[in-house]
Write a protein that binds this ligand. Structure first.
Ligand code: URA
Length: 200
């Protein structure tokens, strides 16, 4: 399923409605994969029939979409983590230099119980992700408290994140080949935000 949603996203002739639908379905699968990385703790429960044992996530989840593309993943993650706090980081990529600059930041308080799920569909050079993880660490997060969710990664970006932040866990839909001269992922899917927000 994951690959068929990715194929719809990659295909140039996919229209906006189908692109959005595929992005939302892929996000559901990535949310489920993210859930599998979160250890649960045992709790006592009472069913209508008997006492028993269940398990719950002991963390306070913070969902952190990177504006604007990360917003596409947010609805699916809210369905899984329905009482999560939501923060935002706004990063705009300069089309000439491919370097992102921060234009907005709203991060909920980070405590020992926080687990931050960082949402950004495209991991290209890794510049945006390095800046965002760095600011999360300055705000008090440990690397082990961060899970980074990506639809498609380029080796360049993945390598830099794994090297700089070895304890950050990553959930990645597909590992693509490389970046082109304009720092777009090859084969990738073009500009995710422009296609999702119908801004081409
Ligand atoms: N951002 C995108 O939307 N697409 C890419 O290929 C790289 C960064």
């Amino acid at each position: 399923m994951l690959n068929s949603f990715l194929t719809t996203l990659r295909e140039k002739k996919t229209d906006t409605a189908d692109f959005r639908a595929a992005a939302h379905k892929l996000a559901e699968l990535l949310a489920a994969k993210t859930g599998e990385l979160i250890p649960e703790e045992k709790v006592k429960i009472t069913t209508p029939i008997a006492k028993g044992q269940g398990s719950r996530i002991p963390h306070e989840i913070i969902l952190l979409p990177v504006l604007r593309s990360g917003l596409a993943l947010l609805p699916a993650f809210l369905r899984y983590f329905e009482s999560a706090r939501v923060g935002f980081v706004g990063m705009k990529r300069d089309e000439k230099t491919a370097i992102a600059h921060e234009y907005y930041r709203s991060i909920p308080p980070i405590t020992k119980k926080s687990l931050i799920i960082l949402l950004d569909p495209m991991l290209a050079t890794g510049g945006t992700a390095v800046d965002t993880i760095t600011l999360l660490k300055k705000a008090g997060a440990k690397e082990s408290q961060i899970i980074f969710v990506v639809c498609i990664s380029a080796p360049e970006g993945e390598k830099i994140i794994r090297k700089k932040f070895p304890k950050v866990r990553m959930v990645i839909g597909a590992h693509d080949k490389k970046l082109n001269a304009k720092k777009y992922i090859i084969p990738g899917m073009g500009d995710f935000g422009d296609r999702y927000f119908n801004n081409l």
